[in-house]
Design a protein around this ligand. Structure first.
Ligand SMILES: Cc1cc2nc3c(=O)[nH]c(=O)nc-3n(C[C@H](O)[C@H](O)[C@H](O)COP(=O)(O)OP(=O)(O)OC[C@H]3O[C@@H](n4cnc5c(N)ncnc54)[C@H](O)[C@@H]3O)c2cc1C
Length: 529
């Protein structure tokens, strides 16, 4: 079904790739492609500035310190990944990291320095100080602004408020057209060039989320509907510390704060993490998130508290200016006050399955960044490896754009097939996204069980019956795409009857060796007749 050679039309049109998304992955691919003589267009569903990238605080990991090496970075990445890291992908990530950092420096990203040397920070589960940051805790913003400026100056064409809605394949399964919608107007690009999916994650589909509202997982759904292999959707990473106050934005409080010495306290004022893990505040994210979840259940509260009062005030304000500024808006001074926090959905580990060159299972469709599942994070991402993933695999995608070679990911040992119901094509009911977020958080969140996952799936299936277009060739609404992505997460979470990495099942609370493999999902056409 999936051809092993690139279609001639795509190969001929390779000079004009369509890059979907304007985060680090999309901007980097477009800029490098332009530098190397191609003529990419970026389409992005809101403005160029809207992305997860812009909010990244802690930084970007790379083994460039004198005490560090790619081998150590590899070991930390593999250790964090719960037995599912693709070692080859991870080796590529850590070994190519210093060269990609050099590219970012060449483009002008103003990484923070100490005495003329790039300053390095420490984060949970990294055995060395290897996190580069910029503007203190404004790393993503600095990277995004720099790449955006350079891309525009280099002549990359950009189209804001333009959404990818559908990919069309020819009769042999080759990608041959793309539907994008500009604002409320419809419009088709019958593009012959390859498509680079860089649409980011799905964190904002959860009620508690660190992500901005653009992170609705549409890219995964669009690719899935075209028949692309999707993997690892059960692994949604939750960040342990997001600012909690009713009605306030869920602003992330980077783990670098705990790296600098901040502790977590429960409602009773107790430091609780040493009871859960020997590394206490520096334990892996999933362990910290579950520990907080369990303390919140025990004390019947909706938050715990981050205590950064042991960090000297000057250091706190110099290293975390964005956070201190944000908290001042709520009359909180972290050098003095405890800050209320909750865990929140943060990073989509799974997504469109790709090989090490960014090739998906569909000819002509490449993917990189958070939407792609390279296997580099296994079942649990090591902090600060995702900005890096965007540039390392982004560079490899550019190589494919220049010199396309056939290939694609290896199918996983187990795939779940999903047939979409013909729908009524009706508009989304009022409050559908609120309900979707609530259901994902309550039933497909930090602690899951078969009963809750089944309830969630039933609801998502009902919604799809209402939202799906009545004929398969019609473009689904963004809400239908988001519901499909939610369903893919819930189905994979139900199928994986064990706990591993970011996926925790109360009915199967331990990893099971027989489950040490990646799980695939594929949308298949309904049988005729
Ligand atoms: C608060 C926060 C802090 C973080 N801190 C760190 C950190 O310190 N270090 C680290 O490594 N990682 C961090 N991460 C994760 C990291 O920021 C992301 O994984 C990474 O930026 C993803 O980059 P991307 O280019 O793949 O996607 P994004 O940056 O999310 O960009 C996706 C783009 O695609 C567009 N898009 C989506 N759907 C469509 C569509 N259908 N049509 C057109 N356009 C579309 C979006 O509008 C957006 O422009 C953090 C994330 C958050 C939310």
């Amino acid at each position: 079904m999936y051809p092993s050679t690139l279609p001639a039309a795509v190969a001929e049109g390779a000079g004009r790739p369509l890059v979907v998304g304007s985060g680090i992955a999309g901007l980097y691919v477009a800029l490098r492609a332009r530098e190397l003589g191609l003529r990419p267009t970026i389409v992005t569903k809101a403005t160029l500035d809207d992305s997860n990238t812009r909010y990244a605080q802690g930084g970007i990991a790379a083994a460039i310190g004198p005490e560090d090496s790619p081998a150590r970075h590899l070991e930390d990445t593999v250790r964090a990944g719960g037995g599912l890291v693709d070692r080859t992908a991870a080796r590529i990530l850590v070994e190519e990291a210093p060269r990609r950092i050099a590219d970012l420096v060449r483009f002008g990203v103003p990484f923070d320095t100490v005495e003329g040397q790039i300053a390095l920070g420490r984060e949970a589960a990294h055995s060395r100080t290897r996190i580069l940051h910029a503007g203190g805790d404004a790393t993503g913003l600095q990277i995004e602004e720099t790449l955006k400026r350079r891309a525009i100056a280099a002549g990359v064409e950009t189209r804001e408020r333009t959404s990818l809605r559908r990919l069309y394949l020819d009769s042999s399964g080759r990608l041959n057209a793309v539907l994008v919608r500009e604002g409320e107007r419809g419009g088709e690009i019958a593009d012959e060039g390859p498509v680079v999916l860089a649409t980011g994650g799905a964190g904002s589909l959860y009620r508690e989320s660190s992500n901005p509202s653009v992170a609705t997982g549409e890219g995964v759904a669009v690719a899935a509907r075209a028949g692309a292999l999707i993997v690892d959707m059960e692994f949604m990473q939750f960040h342990p510390t997001v600012f909690f106050r009713e009605g306030a934005p869920r602003f992330l409080l980077t783990e670098a704060l705990r790296g600098e010495g901040a502790w977590l306290r429960n409602e009773l004022g107790e430091r609780f993490l040493p009871r859960y893990h020997p590394d206490a505040e520096l334990a892996p994210r999933d362990i910290v998130s579950r520990a907080i979840h369990s303390e919140m259940e025990r004390t019947r509260t909706r938050c715990v508290y981050l205590d950064a009062t042991a960090i000297p005030r000057d250091r706190l304000f110099a290293r975390f200016p964005t956070i201190c500024h944000f908290l001042s808006g709520f009359a909180l001074d972290p050098s003095r006050d405890l800050v209320p926090v909750t865990p929140a959905a943060h990073f989509m580990i799974g997504g469109v399955s790709t090989d090490h060159e960014g090739r998906s299972s569909l000819s002509g469709l490449l993917a990189c960044g958070e939407v792609a599942a390279t296997g580099v994070h296994g079942a649990n991402r090591l902090a600060s490896n995702s900005l890096l993933e965007g540039v390392v695999f982004g560079e490899r995608v550019v190589r494919q754009l220049l010199h396309p070679v056939a290939g694609g990911p290896r199918p996983p040992p187990r795939e779940i097939a999903l047939t979409l119901p013909p729908g009524a094509g009706r508009p989304p009911p009022e409050g559908v996204l609120v309900e979707l977020r609530e259901t994902l958080w309550e039933e497909v969140g930090i602690v899951r069980s078969a009963a809750g996952l089944r309830r969630a799936m039933r609801r998502f299936e009902q919604l799809l019956t209402r939202l799906e277009p009545p004929r398969p060739e019609l473009p689904p609404s963004p809400a239908a795409h988001s519901v499909l992505t939610a369903l893919l997460i819930a189905r994979a979470a139900l199928a994986r009857e064990e706990s591993r990495g970011a996926h925790f099942r109360s009915d199967y609370p331990r990893p099971r060796p027989e489950w040490r493999f990646h799980l695939g999902e594929r949308v298949v056409p309904a049988p005729r007749g």
